[in-house]
Design a protein around this ligand. Structure first.
Ligand code: ASP
Length: 424
């Protein structure tokens, strides 16, 4: 049985068990909840997420050092970076536009009950653009790694990689060492992914044991509009870009991306999924390390197409709910700020909703509107995170193809990089 099927079985079993626990209606203090769900199952889920997260910093650092060192000249690095950022912005802008069009067609917020007037929401002060830019450059790489600050780690790894490629024999020795470490780390992910079916089972069980359905039923048209826009992004935008710009079969690509999609869905974190995405993009899709090691971590940090979709639909929903008309200029503003907000969203659960405050403030909508949709956000978060990581993979494949760094033998081979599941 292949790993994808195993993960799906883990997911389905977790869903059934979780719903069953919820249906028993037992109280929080009953052993079924306190000992089983919140104890054993929650521990299993947390250990799974920790085992993925522990890989992120060493993996990004080492594989990007290797990538930057073999790209060597800064010219091709700038070109790869430029193409990646351009495509990330394009996919995000397309995502929000689709979200806005669908939301305006469906009008999910028209005719809702007025929200209670006593709710308040404090988004805190956003960082300025200057501070954000300066903050990308680490003053202390060790503390960047300790904090898991992805952009700072990327900058440090790029600089070190460039230096290695310019350091002659010493550089070659260091490079050899990093390449060995990279191979060992990739092997470690392959081992850890084998545990995914169990980890996913725990995460799903706990979620569905605690997730209520009433909120979703109340907000069904908002929920379904976001889902529809996510489906369009996955089934129209990415396949079209893959066919037009990379001239590859999108079905083969999507089939190979199933594991990162499922892990993203269960963890709701593109950051935690990053090791799985990187492994898949390199070993299953065939993007060479030089491109993948740079473009995938960058995408996991700044490219959030699914998040942008939620922000687009949510903005229209909240405007309609409060009966506020938005003009064409406001919609253009939404496209601009939601693109920026999704760049600023960290790849962890729920942050997309917090960043939505930036969009709402920009077009003069009440930030309290967020309280209207918070109840359905967890499930949407899972779905949009799966789209976020698929977008990262899509852009990596397109950039690699344009640089002649997509190994078509790997891409066309269904067995390439396949994880052989653990027995038992
Ligand atoms: N959970 C999303 C991610 O990690 C971010 C968000 O939309 O909240 O990609």
């Amino acid at each position: 049985m292949n790993l994808t099927v195993r993960i799906l079985i883990g997911m389905a079993a977790g869903l059934v068990l979780g719903v069953a626990v919820q249906q028993t209606g037992v109280s929080e203090s009953h052993w079924l909840r306190s000992f089983f769900v919140e104890g054993i199952i929650d521990a299993g889920g947390q250990i799974f997420i920790a085992s993925l997260k522990l890989m992120v910093v060493p993996l990004v650092l080492v594989s990007l050092i290797c990538g930057a060192a073999s790209l060597g000249d800064t010219g091709s690095m700038g070109r790869v970076g430029g193409k990646a950022i351009g495509l990330y912005l394009l996919t995000t802008a397309l995502a929000i536009s689709i979200a806005l069009i669908l939301a305006l067609l469906v009008s999910p917020g028209v005719g809702g009950d007025p929200p209670p007037s006593d709710v308040t929401f404090d988004p805190g002060a956003p960082a300025s653009i200057k501070d954000t830019l300066v903050g990308i450059f680490p003053t202390n790489p060790v503390s960047a790694m300790a904090d898991g600050n992805m952009l700072q780690i990327i900058v440090f790894a790029l600089l070190l990689g460039i230096a290695i490629s310019h350091a002659g024999e010493a550089g070659a020795r260091v490079m050899g060492w990093f390449q060995d470490v990279n191979e060992v780390l990739m092997r470690l992910i392959t081992l850890l992914i084998k545990l995914a079916p169990y980890g996913v089972f725990c995460l799903m069980t706990r979620l569905f044991a605690t997730q209520g359905w009433e909120e979703i039923l109340k907000l069904l048209s908002y929920f379904m509009t976001v889902v529809a826009a996510l489906i369009v992004q996955m089934s129209v935008v990415y396949p079209t870009l893959l066919m037009l710009l990379a001239r590859v079969n999108p079905l083969t690509f999507m089939r190979k991306m199933r594991e990162p999609m499922l892990v993203a869905f269960s963890t709701a974190s593109s950051g935690a999924t990053l090791p799985v995405t990187l492994r898949t993009v390199e070993q299953r899709v065939g993007v060479r390390n030089e491109v993948a090691a740079f473009v995938v971590p960058l995408g996991a940090t700044i490219n959030m197409d699914g998040t942008a979709i939620m922000q687009g639909v949510a903005t229209v929903f909240i405007a309609q709910f409060y009966g506020i008309d938005l003009a064409l200029g406001d919609y253009l503003m939404v496209i601009l700020t939601a693109t920026l907000a999704s760049i600023g969203t960290a790849g962890v659960p729920g942050v997309g909703l917090i960043m939505l405050t930036m969009v709402l403030t920009q077009v003069g909508l009440p930030v309290e509107g967020i309280m209207l949709i918070i109840g359905v956000d967890r499930l949407l978060d899972m779905l949009r995170t799966a789209v976020n990581v698929t977008g990262d993979g899509t852009v990596s494949a397109i950039v690699a193809r344009s640089e002649d760094d997509l190994d078509m033998n790997v891409f066309d081979d269904p067995e390439a990089g396949r994880v052989v599941p653990a027995r038992g």
